[in-house]
Design a protein around this ligand. Structure first.
Ligand SMILES: C[S@@+](CC[C@H](N)C(=O)[O-])C[C@H]1O[C@@H](n2cnc3c(N)ncnc32)[C@H](O)[C@@H]1O
Length: 328
């Protein structure tokens, strides 16, 4: 299937990395991938809808129908037979000053030869993007950005100012490349941002934390949305799990600032945690870890290979580095 993903613009590399990690997690056979600004185009075989439902840092995921100049798009639209179905067509210029209505009108007229316009609940939702060429697709998934906004920690019953925004928690889970039916571990679960997002994605989340209040808060929050998740009181350096029990780690450890390490040096904590991950994870499995400084990636033992890192500036004195490692 040829598809394109309309990535969100909140970061220069993280949205693309998230989408590619989701594709890898669902074991799609990726034949090709190219990107221009916020447009990621792929040719892949496998369950694209499942990939689409995972992604947070995007607007739409579309099946690609045709590309070329506007005349080629219109010729394709005139040849389509919608058999009386309802449709909508929306255009967007990527990096161009474009008035969408100048494209939507003529294209809508072409499609209207065999279908009927319904701007609210169409059967066929077409998306025309204009980058270095025109690309027409049928929307297979629209990312629910408002849900991601409404579930941020300030709106949850158990709240502390340490939590990742749900869209970045989701990106972190995707970077861990855990498949949809898999088990993901967050051993520094805090208020449960990562665990809750993994549950919303259909995974089995396991969370743990050394702080009793965090464990009971996350457990209560999870109870409402997932039946088979699990939250335990545990030190991240001494995890009560047998080797191979999880399909990946997605975690946001303390940075040695707001969230306490109870006096332990941050490098010592990371060193202990990475050793515990190494004992737990089988070869080929990923750990996605947010670090406050890219040099902290050196704390990963030789049993981990560095895969990628994406720096996200939070404010003047905090940059979160979304780092990915694979167990070798
Ligand atoms: C940055 S916060 C996690 C934020 C989390 N992503 C959230 O959504 O709330 C780090 C967490 O690590 C926990 N922590 C600190 N040292 C720990 C240790 N040795 N083992 C397990 N958890 C620890 C803290 O209690 C804190 O809840």
């Amino acid at each position: 299937m040829r598809a394109f993903i309309e990535l969100s613009g909140e970061h220069p590399t993280l949205p693309r990395a998230e989408a590619l990690a989701a594709i890898a997690a669902e074991r799609l056979d990726l034949r090709s991938a190219s990107f221009a600004g916020p447009l990621l185009r792929i040719d892949a075989i496998g369950p694209m809808e499942r990939v689409a439902r995972r992604i947070g840092l995007a607007h739409t995921v579309c099946e690609e129908l045709v590309s070329g100049d506007f005349e080629a798009i219109r010729a394709f639209a005139r040849d389509m037979d919608l058999a009386g179905r309802t449709f909508r067509v929306r255009a967007r210029g990527l990096g161009t000053d474009l008035d969408p209505s100048t494209l939507e009108g003529p294209l809508g007229a072409d499609l209207g030869r065999t279908g009927h316009v319904d701007l609210d609940f169409p059967v066929d939702d077409f998306r025309l993007l204009v980058a270095d060429e025109f690309v027409l697709g049928r929307v297979i998934h629209r990312v629910d950005r408002s849900r991601l906004e409404s579930t941020k920690v300030a709106h949850r019953a158990f709240s502390r100012p340490i939590s990742l925004h749900p869209k970045f928690a989701r990106a972190l889970v995707n970077l861990s490349r855990v498949p949809m039916a898999g088990t993901v571990l967050d051993p520094f679960c805090g208020t449960g941002g990562v665990v809750l997002e993994a549950a919303a994605m259909g995974m089995r989340p396991i969370g743990s934390d050394r702080d009793r209040a965090m464990v009971s808060g996350t457990r209560a929050a999870l109870r409402g949305i997932a039946s088979d998740g699990h939250v335990a009181l545990a030190d991240a350096g001494c995890l009560p799990l047998r080797p191979g029990a999880v399909h990946g780690v997605a975690t946001d450890p303390p940075y040695g600032r707001a969230s306490s390490t109870k006096g332990e040096r941050i490098r010592s904590l990371y060193d202990r945690a990475f050793r515990a991950f190494a004992d737990l994870l089988p070869r080929g499995v990923h750990a996605a870890v947010v670090l406050p400084d890219p040099s902290m990636a050196d704390e990963a033992p030789d049993s981990f290979e560095f895969v990628e890192a994406h720096a996200l500036r939070v404010h003047r004195s905090l940059v979160r580095h979304f780092c990915v490692f694979v167990r070798v």
